[in-house]
Design a protein around this ligand. Sequence first.
Ligand SMILES: *Cc1c(COP(=O)(O)O)cnc(C)c1O
Length: 359
Amino acid sequence: MRAYNFSAGPAMLPDDVMLTAQQEMLDWHGTGMSVMEMSHRGPEYTSIAEQAEADLRELMGISDDYAVLFLQGGASSQFSMIPMNLLNGKTHADYFNTGAWSEKAITEAGRYTKVNVVADAKPSHYRTIPDKVEWQLSDNAAYVHYTPNETIHGIEFANIPEVGDTPLIADMSSTILSRPVDVNRFGLIYAGAQKNIGPAGLCIVIVRKDLIGKTLPGTPVMFDYKIHADNGSMYNTPATYSWYLAGLVFQWLKQKGGLQGMAEINQRKAAKLYATIDGSDFYANPVDIRYRSWMNIPFTLANSDLDKQFLADAAKEGLLTLKGHRDLGGMRASIYNAMPEAGVDKLIGFMSEFERRFG
Ligand SMILES: *Cc1c(COP(=O)(O)O)cnc(C)c1O
C-alpha cells in the first residue's frame, strides 16, 4: 500500500510519474536501454534532457535571457557558488535571515565577502518576518539573497521583496513549482530537486545570462555557472536519471493545469490543515499567519508527552514522517505538489480523532 509521506525531503513523488518510470525502466521508448544506462551525449538522452528544460521553461515562463542549469551538489553548493560567481568585484552582499537555511547561506557567503543582514527574523525565533520599513538594504550590494520558504521553520515571504536594480537571488528549494512566479524579477533562482522537483542528486539553477562569467579567481571549474551554461549542463556527466524523472514531473505538472492549477490545490491543502490546527486547543502552529508556509507546516501538541503516541498511531494509518525537525521538536507536515489532497484530508481526520481520544 502506498503511504502518505509527509517528509520534508526527499519527499513524495507523484504515483503517475513513478509508474511511467517503472514502465520505461528496462526499455526506454523501444531503445532497449534504461535511461540510467544511456550516454548523456547520445541522441536519446539529449532528447530527454532538452524536453525537460523546454517543459520547465514553459511551466515557469522562463525567457531566453536566462540559462537553466541542471547541476549536482544540492542547494548547499549554491551557498558557495553564488558568491563565487556573482560578487563581480563588489565588497558585500545583502542577505535576509528568516530561518535555518538562510543562516547556512549567510555563513557560507561570509567565507567570500562581507554579508549585510537586511532583516533578521531570529529574534522572533523565526516566527515572523520583519516589516519592510525595518529592512536595511545596502548601497552597491552585489546581490540580495533570500529564502522564500523556510523548510524547517515553516515561514515564507508573502511577496517577492522589492530590491530595486540589485539582482535578487532566491533559494526556492522548498517552494519552486508550487505556484506561478515572475522569473523576470530574479537574477538567480535555485532549488534542490528532492522537495518539489524530483529525486535527490539534482539542483536546478535559473540564472540571468548577463550575470555570469565573472567568477572569483581560483573558482573551481565545476563551480562556474558559465561553464555549465556553455555546455548545456554537460561539462561533465550530469545526474541523468534524476534529470529524466524531473522531466516526468514537469509533464505531470503540465497535465495538472500547470502552476496556476497547483497553486489552487496547494493553497486549499494548506488552508484546511491550518484551519484544523487553529480550530483546536490541542494543536498549535507558532508562525505569524501572514507568513505561514503552504508547503511545510510545523505544529505542536499541547502535551508533548503524546508526541510518540501521535507518531506511532499516525504511522499505523499510513501517515508517515510527521516528526518535526530535531531543532524544533513537535510535528511537521510537508505537503508539496505530490502530496495528494486526499493525504491532507486523511491527516486532518486522524488529527481530529487523536484529539478526541487524548485531548
Ligand atoms: C533542503 C534545503 C536546502 C538544502 O538542500 P540540499 O540539496 O540538501 O543541499 C537548502 N535550502 C532549502 C530552503 C532547503 O529546503
